[in-house]
Design a protein around this ligand. Structure first.
Ligand code: SF4
Length: 327
């Protein structure tokens, strides 16, 4: 079958599906680019104001020294990347960053800690951060590694809005990227978060040397979760010297845009975030991502430990495109 001439019916616009097959997702990836963009943009409009972009700021509250071996990550203690292990930040320093993010237009403040899973004493401190950041009038998101049901409940009780835990890639390619925890571990943590009533932020990374089948597998898995993640970050690998993925062949930007568009079509009511990798992306590629249905970005000069476009550059780009921050 020629995927480029797929004539399968469009997904029902008023119905969220959780039974996406790989064949269906593959057919979407194989559509002619203009048709794919049209379908994605149509669903984007049906579910969101396409002129609005949700803006999040991400702060590393505990950097480096992580015992996991995610092959893309400069914070793993297993790779020599020059990132030093630091202690958990103090509450006042986190609040100062949150206030600055809010003053620059961010509506959500995301806090990331390089842990395999949080210890209970650390969770007490993170809960205090969540409570105080929320008191500033911002949404909160944390990413702390694997959680138990009890830990997820504690985060819910302190008012956490979102928990980020990415599937990263397809189940088949996953073992090439991480060996210290399994795909099922990730799905189990997502269950804990969902069961606790916290919104789920879950997506993946492309450009890690995976093939098209892996991008298909990743989107099909995300879109087949019992409830779609409310937030779906799609990251382009940021290559960091010292990590096993440094020197990887670069992904064609159109393949990245296609991944965004297919995520938008398969999870039409989710916020799709154009996440890491924007520093190396042209303005034109970013504009295509917005046309493909991306409606969130990370804002601020740093994403955990890697560079991100400065705020002025981002505001200038949003202005140029006639986009505005989501309230
Ligand atoms: S991605 Fe997270 S869990 Fe993996 S090595 Fe980096 S900090 Fe650790």
């Amino acid at each position: 079958m020629s995927l480029a001439h797929d004539t399968s019916p469009r997904p029902p616009l008023d119905l969220l599906r959780h039974d996406w097959t790989r064949e269906e997702v593959r057919a979407l990836f194989g559509l002619p680019f203009p048709e794919l963009m049209f379908r994605a943009a149509t669903l984007h409009r049906e579910n969101f104001d396409p002129a609005e972009v949700q803006i999040s700021t991400l702060l590393s509250i505990k950097t480096g020294g992580c015992p996991e071996d995610c092959a893309y990550c400069p914070q793993s203690a297993k790779f020599d990347t020059g990132v030093k292990a630091e202690k958990l930040m103090e509450l006042d320093a986190v609040l100062a960053e949150a206030r600055a993010a809010k003053a620059s237009g961010a509506s959500r403040f995301c806090m990331g800690a390089a842990w395999r899973s949080p210890k209970d004493r650390d969770l007490d401190k993170v809960c205090a951060m969540v409570e105080r950041v929320k008191a500033l009038g911002m949404e909160t998101c944390v990413t702390l590694g694997m959680l138990t049901d009890e830990q997820a409940r504690r985060l819910k009780d302190c008012g956490l809005d979102y928990y980020n835990h990415n599937l990263d890639t397809s189940p088949e390619f996953y073992g090439e990227i991480i060996t210290t925890r399994t795909y099922q571990d990730r799905l189990d943590t997502l269950d804990c978060v969902r069961n606790a009533g916290i919104n789920v932020c879950c997506g993946g990374i492309v450009g890690m040397g995976e093939g098209l089948e892996d991008r298909i597998g990743m989107i099909a898995t995300l879109a087949s979760l019992p409830v779609h993640p409310e937030s779906v970050p799609i990251n382009m690998l940021v290559q960091v010297e010292g990590t096993p993925l440094a020197g990887q062949a670069k992904l064609d930007p159109f393949d990245f845009v296609r991944t965004i568009a297919v995520a938008r079509i398969c999870m039409p009511a989710s916020v799709v975030r154009l996440s890491a990798g924007r520093e190396d992306m042209s303005e034109e590629t970013q504009a295509l991502c917005f046309l493909a249905g991306a409606n969130s970005i990370f804002y601020g000069p740093k994403l955990l430990t890697t560079p991100n476009p400065g705020r002025d550059r981002d505001m200038a780009l949003l202005d140029k495109l006639g986009l505005r921050p989501m309230a």
